[in-house]
Design a protein around this ligand. Structure first.
Ligand code: PGA
Length: 250
């Protein structure tokens, strides 16, 4: 499976002019992995116009209905019509600051699947308890999140969802998880998927790592076989970092 790098721009850059500079950097370089750009909603149309169908686009959020009176939300159908094929769902920043719940996340996943959008589901523990990383504590948190997020969901198509394992304590902190520790959790997620879905579906779902990935630790994550890619936040809107990331050689 080709490695995947999701560029999650969060609420950056502040203007379309600056977004355009980042788009131009992306347009110039052909990295050895698949890129999915997740800019703010208001830059998506420009990105689609500029890249045509050459680069995959993701929304950073999505609502769970196509027809509803819901001020401030964007429907899956609107995204699809704009040529957006992915949507980040359940990012920890939304869970923490906007109280987004796992049942809402579950609805968003269902809405994405109904509208042919691949959800990029973010899961991860809030804190690291020393010495207990892969034991009962962590396993329970991860499996509980997966159980809730996937409640009532049947997957029929390969690659219909991407999971990003993002330990919350590593997001935006400048210090990532140890790649080998992250790999253990990713193996746990794969184990859960294999029990929940038929093999050909479970094996096809990409599992990424996210949390303080930068040009200087990218290789450590991408060289691990069980990690199918990374989700890069802050580093992806820094021109120098973005250029280094895209010039990465596997
Ligand atoms: P970060 O963000 O790379 O800035 O830690 C990751 C994310 O968006 O989840």
């Amino acid at each position: 499976m080709k490695k995947i790098v999701v560029l999650n721009w969060k609420m950056n850059p502040p203007s379309l002019k600056e977004a355009h500079i980042l788009f131009k950097i992306i347009k110039k370089i052909r990295p050895p992995f698949e890129i999915i750009i997740a800019p703010p909603f208001i830059y998506l149309e420009k990105a689609r116009e500029l890249f045509k169908d050459k680069v995959k686009l993701a929304a950073q959020n999505v609502f769970w209905h196509n027809r509803f009176f819901m001020t401030g939300e964007i429907s899956p159908k609107m995204l699809k019509l704009m040529g957006v094929d992915y949507a980040i769902v359940g990012h920890s920043e939304r869970r923490t600051h906007l109280n987004e719940s796992l049942s809402q996340i579950n609805l968003k996943i269902k809405a994405c699947l109904l509208n042919n959008i691949v959800p990029i589901l973010c899961i991860g523990e809030k804190e690291r308890k020393k010495g207990e990383r892969t034991d009962f504590y962590l396993k329970k948190i991860i499996f509980d999140q997966l159980n809730e997020a996937f409640k009532g969901i049947k997957l029929e198509k390969r690659k219909s969802i991407i999971i990003a394992y993002e330990p919350v304590w590593a997001i935006g902190k400048g210090v990532s998880d140890d790649p080998l520790e992250a790999e253990k959790v990713i193996n746990l997620i794969r184990f859960w998927l294999e029990r929940r879905f038929v093999n050909y579906i479970a094996d096809s779902l990409p599992i990424l790592y996210g949390g303080s990935v930068k040009s200087n630790n990218l290789k450590q994550f991408l060289s691990l076989k069980s990690i199918n890619g990374v989700l890069v936040g802050s580093a992806s809107t820094n021109k120098k970092e973005l250029t280094k990331i895209l010039n990465f050689k596997l």
